[in-house]
Design a protein around this ligand. Structure first.
Ligand SMILES: [Zn+2]
Length: 451
C-alpha cells in the first residue's frame, strides 16, 4: 500500500518560516486509454507506489449552463466516459495523490470546429490546429471551461495550461509534411498571427504591423526558396550567436514582432490567471512552456509570463525530440537533395546549441542528449530568478529507457529544477520508466518557499 505520508499535494500555507509555494512535485501526465488497460485504480496505485505525487488528467465532460450563454460557440463537448473526473478525484484522494486538470488554451478543438477562431498567417491562411488567444470567442470558451472545472471539483489542486502560445505549424511537435523552410528564417520571422483581433491590438499599441507583415512575407518567401545558393547564403553567414545580433539589427521590426507576440500571449494568460484566482486563490495555475531555446518563437516569455502562473512546466522531449525536430530538416533535404544532411545538421547545431550526432538517423533516434536539459533549465532559471518554481517535463515513452529518464532528471535537478513531470501522452511508457521516474524524482524534487 502506498504510504500516506508520501502524499505531497501542493498548497499555499502561511508559516513563520515563509510561505510554501510548492511541495516536492513528481507528476505524471496520465493516458486514460493506457491506464484502463490495467484498470484505472490499479494504475493509480502503481503510480503512488513508484513515488509519484500528482496526476495530470483531462476533463471530457461539460455542464451546459457554463456554455449556454457563449456568444458564438455552442457546447462542443460530450459525456464523460468512466471513470469520471469525480471518480478519479476520489481514487486519487484515497491514495494521497494530487489531481491537476488540463485546460487547452490554444484549443485545437475550436480551430477544427470553428476555423474563424484559428490564427492567421501573413497570407490570410488559417491554422488547422491552433486558435488565437486574442479572439474574444476563444477566450470566452476557455474561461467557461475553467469555471466548469474550478467551481465543481474542490478536490483538485491545480489547472495546467496545455501550452498557451501562437503557432502556425505546431512547432512543438513539428508534424511531418510541412514545406521545407530554411533556418533560421522561419523561427525569427514567425508567420502568425495576423487575425483582425491581433491587428487591432497592434494598432492600439502603435506596433507597425504593416511593416512587420511586409518583412515577414519577404523573409518567409526567402525561407521557402529551393536552391543550394539560398541554403548556403544562411549556412555561410550564421556561423555563431553574434551573427544573429547582426541580422536582427537589420530587421528591428522583427524584434518588435517577437515582443508583441509575447504580449498577446501575456494578455490572454493574465485574463486566465485573474479568472482562476477569483474562483479559488489556492488553486494553482501552471503553464506548459517550450524550452527557452525555442519559446520566444511561439510568443512565450519566461521573464514576463511568470507573474500570471504559479509555476512553469518546461516540455522536454529530449530522447523523443529528435523524431519530431528532424521532420523540418528532412523537408529541407527533400526539397534540395544536393545539400548533404551534415550541412543541414551543422547549421541546426549552430543555431540551437544541439550537441549530438550530425546525422538525421541518429538525431531522430537519440534526440537531444541529457546535457541539453541542464542547459535549458539553467536558461529558464536565469530568466525567472532563484525562487520561482520550475518543473522539468521529461518524456516517458520508449525508446526512452529508465537510464535515459534518470539522466534527464539528474541534469534537470543540477540545472535548478524544483520538480519533475513525466509526459506519457504518446503511449509506450514502460512500467520500469514510471518506476525510474518516480524514484529518482522523489529523491531530487525540492520544496519551494517564498524565502
Ligand atoms: Zn490573432
Amino acid at each position: 500500500m502506498p504510504n500516506k505520508k508520501r502524499s505531497c499535494q501542493k498548497r499555499r500555507v502561511n508559516k513563520d518560516l515563509g510561505e510554501v509555494i510548492m511541495k516536492p512535485y513528481v507528476g505524471v501526465w496520465t493516458s486514460k486509454n493506457e491506464m484502463l488497460q490495467i484498470g484505472y485504480r490499479r494504475a493509480l496505485e502503481f503510480y503512488a507506489e513508484c513515488g509519484i505525487t500528482t496526476i495530470i488528467v483531462g476533463y471530457e465532460g461539460m455542464r451546459s449552463e457554463y456554455y449556454n450563454k457563449l456568444r458564438k460557440i455552442p457546447p462542443i463537448r460530450g459525456e464523460e466516459t468512466p471513470p469520471t473526473l469525480r471518480d478519479i478525484c476520489k481514487m486519487a484522494e484515497d491514495l494521497g495523490l494530487g489531481v491537476e486538470v488540463v485546460i487547452d488554451p490554444k484549443s485545437s478543438e475550436l480551430a477544427r470546429n470553428f476555423p474563424e477562431t484559428a490564427v492567421v498567417d501573413f497570407m490570410g491562411n488559417r491554422s488547422p490546429s491552433i486558435s488565437c488567444p486574442s479572439n474574444p470567442d476563444v477566450m470566452e470558451y476557455i474561461l467557461a471551461r475553467i469555471r466548469d472545472v474550478a467551481e465543481n471539483y474542490e478536490g483538485i489542486i491545480g489547472l495546467e495550461l496545455d501550452g498557451l502560445y501562437i503557432d502556425m505549424h505546431p512547432r512543438m511537435t513539428n508534424p511531418y509534411g510541412q514545406p521545407g523552410a530554411l533556418y533560421p528564417l522561419h523561427h525569427v520571422a514567425p508567420e502568425s498571427c495576423f487575425c483582425e483581433h491581433c491587428i487591432k491590438l497592434a494598432k492600439e499599441e502603435s506596433v507597425n504591423i504593416e511593416l512587420i507583415r511586409k518583412t515577414v512575407k519577404e523573409l518567409t518567401e526567402l525561407s521557402l526558396k529551393s536552391s543550394p545558393e539560398a541554403f548556403y547564403r544562411f549556412y555561410d553567414v550564421f556561423r555563431g550567436a553574434y551573427d544573429m545580433v547582426r541580422f536582427l539589427l537589420n530587421y528591428p521590426e522583427l524584434v518588435e514582432w517577437l515582443n508583441f507576440r509575447c504580449r498577446i500571449v501575456e494578455r490572454a494568460l493574465r485574463t486566465i490567471w485573474e479568472t482562476v484566482k477569483s474562483i479559488n486563490p489556492k488553486l494553482m495555475l501552471s503553464d506548459d512552456m517550450l524550452p527557452p531555446a525555442w519559446s520566444w518563437s511561439v510568443g512565450q516569455d519566461y521573464r514576463k509570463h511568470k507573474s500570471y502562473c504559479d509555476y512553469y512546466k518546461i516540455i522536454f522531449f529530449h530522447k523523443r525530440t529528435g523524431s519530431f525536430e528532424v521532420n523540418p530538416l528532412i523537408a529541407i533535404k527533400d526539397k534540395i537533395p544536393s545539400i548533404p544532411e551534415e550541412d543541414i545538421m551543422c547549421l541546426f547545431k549552430r543555431l540551437t546549441g544541439y550537441e549530438g550526432s550530425p546525422s538525421f538517423a541518429l538525431f531522430s533516434q537519440h534526440g537531444f542528449p541529457p546535457i541539453n536539459v541542464y542547459y535549458e533549465i539553467r536558461k529558464a532559471r536565469e530568466e525567472v530568478g532563484a525562487n520561482y518554481p520550475l518543473v522539468a517535463g521529461i518524456v516517458g515513452d520508449a525508446p526512452a529507457t529508465p537510464s535515459d529518464i534518470e539522466a534527464a532528471i539528474i541534469m534537470a535537478a543540477k540545472g535548478g529544477a524544483n520538480g519533475f513531470c513525466l509526459h506519457t501522452w504518446y503511449g509506450r511508457t514502460t512500467p520500469s520508466n514510471y518506476a525510474a521516474f518516480g524514484n529518482k524524482g522523489r529523491e531530487l524534487a525540492k520544496q519551494v518557499s517564498s524565502n
